[in-house]
Write a protein that binds this ligand. Structure first.
Ligand code: SAM
Ligand code: F3S
Length: 445
């Protein structure tokens, strides 16, 4: 019987990508097949994120559930990967000795050796940063549906004062241009039509080209768009300070680049932005948005916001609310500040009560959802190209697809539309999705 692998993932798309590549890796090395049912698995992994608190608690509660299974079946392999693995290292095995292996985000390519029962020298804990190796030793990606992630860089060198990523994932390292293109081509050949380039600070991408030149994200997008089968390109997460003129220009030149950009601003107060060490002012941000919309008038913008950064005053918070209205953000993420051990902001005085922070978050989220709803309602009546991902989650007799601005659309249509673009007329805006009616094949995606 085929041995099975279960991976529980916490966190962002980077972690989803790492989990998918881990599954590819262990399929190639050990013939393991991924399962969605933990109780069926022979190898159980948890891929963790520590950007906000409670990460360690979630991790220990997850592996704690697996402990009894391991007592009944000692051949079961339990592993912990990702950012908490990187932060806690060997301490994880001290607190949960039944965990067999602990591997950092940069060491996941060493997992096949680490979980091998015949391993002699492979350590049980590897949270080192051998950056170049990781990308060099991943197998060919396997497409699952018409959309795929391609990681173009690891780590982050921005050191925002609140963020743990530079410490858990290491400094920025860009993958070679040829390797990114080869992975994109392999996915397009398997039917992928939409590529999302991934990196913690993705627009800082500077990949070495074979002729010694450096390729930035703008050039990478132009190359990828010219590839057969690649009809939509997204990228995330970008940093406002790294949004160069050439990247802005690409919005005027490359129609495959979608009219949707996730550009985390974090705060609308210059004082807070400086304390966060973000490297831009509110006016810098608004100016870039203006330039983007000059070349792509229908660009929809989403963002990340941190509410209650240490010392955030009412005036600072109101400045964020004003910015939200000025820019007109679409569906966004917002979080209460969470002090991360070892980051500079964790040492700042923080007199604001949690209740105040919660009230601010609720107000901010309410405003964001009104704006997102307005975007959805403005789409009603329009005929839009939708990339059909497969059956709808709620009703398997219906189809589910996505618009360029990343809205889920459910509609009736023949199942063989999965993996293709269809023109859909939007008939209703719901809180988390849209309803559509099939209008035909699109003139262009
Ligand atoms: N590279 C992105 C950028 O330019 O901002 C962000 C990557 S970060 C891993 C994802 C989001 O988590 C951030 O944009 C921020 O809003 C949030 N975040 C990071 N550290 C946080 C903290 N200590 N407390 C609350 N939210 C945090
Ligand atoms: Fe974190 Fe700032 Fe980098 S939020 S991932 S240090 S851009």
């Amino acid at each position: 019987m085929t041995r099975k692998l279960y991976i529980r993932t916490f966190g962002c798309q980077m972690n989803e990508y790492d989990s998918a590549r881990t599954a590819d890796l262990l399929a190639a090395s050990h013939g393991l097949e991924r399962t969605a049912r933990a109780e069926d698995a022979d190898v159980l992994l948890v891929n963790t994120c520590s950007v906000r608190e409670k990460a360690a608690e979630k991790l220990f509660s997850e592996v704690g559930r697996w402990r009894a299974w391991k007592e009944a079946r000692p051949d079961l392999v339990i592993g912990v990967g990702g950012c908490v693995a990187s932060q806690e290292g060997a301490a994880i095995r001290e607190r949960a000795p039944y965990v067999d292996v602990v591997y950092g985000p940069q060491a996941l390519h060493r997992l096949p050796e680490m979980i091998d029962p015949r391993r002699s020298r492979a350590p049980a804990v590897d949270v080192s940063f051998p950056e170049i190796e990781k990308f060099d030793r991943l197998p060919e990606p396997r497409a699952e549906g018409p959309t795929a992630f391609v990681s173009v860089m690891e780590g982050c060198s921005k050191y925002c004062s609140f963020c743990v990523v530079p410490y858990t994932r290491g400094e920025e390292f860009s993958r070679r241009f040829d390797d990114v293109i080869a992975e994109t081509a392999a996915l397009a050949e398997q039917g992928v039509r939409e590529i999302t380039f991934l990196g913690q600070n993705v627009n800082a991408y500077r990949g070495a080209m074979h002729d010694g030149r450096e390729c930035d994200l703008a050039l990478l997008i132009a190359y990828a768009a010219a590839m057969e089968g690649v009809d939509r390109i997204r990228y995330t997460t970008s940093h406002p300070a790294e949004l160069t003129g050439s990247l802005i220009d690409v919005y005027g030149e490359v129609p495959e680049l979608v009219s949707h950009l996730h550009l985390p601003v974090q705060s609308g107060s210059d004082r807070i932005l400086a304390l966060m060490k973000r490297g831009y002012t509110v006016r810098d941000y608004v100016d870039k948005v203006r330039r983007l919309r000059a070349v792509r008038p229908d660009l929809s913008l989403s963002s990340d916001f941190i509410v209650g950064f240490p010392g955030e005053t009412d005036a600072d918070f109101e400045a964020t609310m004003d910015l939200i209205d000025e820019v007109g953000f679409d569906t966004s993420f917002s979080f209460i500040y969470s002090a991360r051990p070892g980051t500079p902001a964790a040492g700042l005085p923080d007199p604001v009560s949690l209740d105040t922070k919660r009230e601010r978050l609720a107000r901010l989220q309410a405003r964001l959802s009104v704006l997102a709803r307005e975007v959805s309602e403005a789409m009603v009546g329009r005929r839009l190209p939708v990339l059909v991902e497969g059956p709808s989650k709620k009703d398997p007799d219906e189809l589910r697809g996505r618009t360029a601005n990343n809205r889920v659309v459910n509609f009736s249509g023949p199942p063989d539309l999965a993996g293709t673009f269809a023109d859909v007329t939007i008939v209703e805006a719901l809180p988390n999705s849209l309803r559509g009616a099939l209008a035909g094949a699109p003139s262009r995606p």
